[in-house]
Design a protein around this ligand. Structure first.
Ligand code: SME
Length: 164
């Protein structure tokens, strides 16, 4: 019998996959203090865990220009190098300190198009142990409305456990 569409089942599967990959990331990173190694590992493991992750990576707060993000470890096509706080989706997450979910990037004022194939996006702020913003984590998808609260909760949990 053909499988019927079951959004609740898909949601449960996605939440379960986030919980699983959270454990995998913690196991791989145990005892590794280097921040670049930790970011590169998170980007790689998340990008290979979810089909809808087209661009996956970090923009870090530039220590020399604290109101500016500079590209960090990522998986995907060429990303732009620098984003000012307040600009685009990443800049909005950095300035507000809140996760941004954008169903249609073309409708987002000031969206920065690094790759024209990106249609929807989630950006999660990343805080260090002292509660200060250290980076944002950006995931782009080629389909519209690819991200929801389950992605936000799954990513927020992993980023807090890894960098908080
Ligand atoms: N779309 C982002 C820019 C970064 S990239 O897509 C890799 C934004 O508007 O913040």
């Amino acid at each position: 019998m053909a499988e019927t569409f079951a959004p609740d089942r898909l949601a449960a599967d996605k939440a379960a996959r986030y919980a699983e990959v959270a454990q995998e990331i913690a196991a791989v990173l145990e005892g590794e203090p280097n921040g670049v190694a930790r970011m590169a590992t998170v980007a790689s493991m998340l990008a290979s865990s979810f089909e809808h992750f087209f661009w996956t990576g970090f923009y870090v707060v530039d220590p020399d220009k604290p109101q500016e993000l500079v590209v960090g470890p990522y998986q995907g096509t060429l990303g732009c190098l620098r984003i000012a706080f307040g600009r685009g989706v990443c800049g909005a997450a950095a300035a507000s300190g809140e996760t941004q979910i954008v169903d249609d990037v073309h409708a987002f004022p000031g969206h920065i198009a690094c790759d024209a194939r990106s249609r929807s996006e989630i950006v999660v702020p990343v805080f260090g142990p002292d509660g200060r913003l250290i980076a944002v984590f950006d995931v782009d998808a080629t389909e519209p409305a690819a991200f929801d609260r389950i992605d936000a909760e799954g990513l927020e949990r992993i980023l807090k456990a890894t960098f908080g």
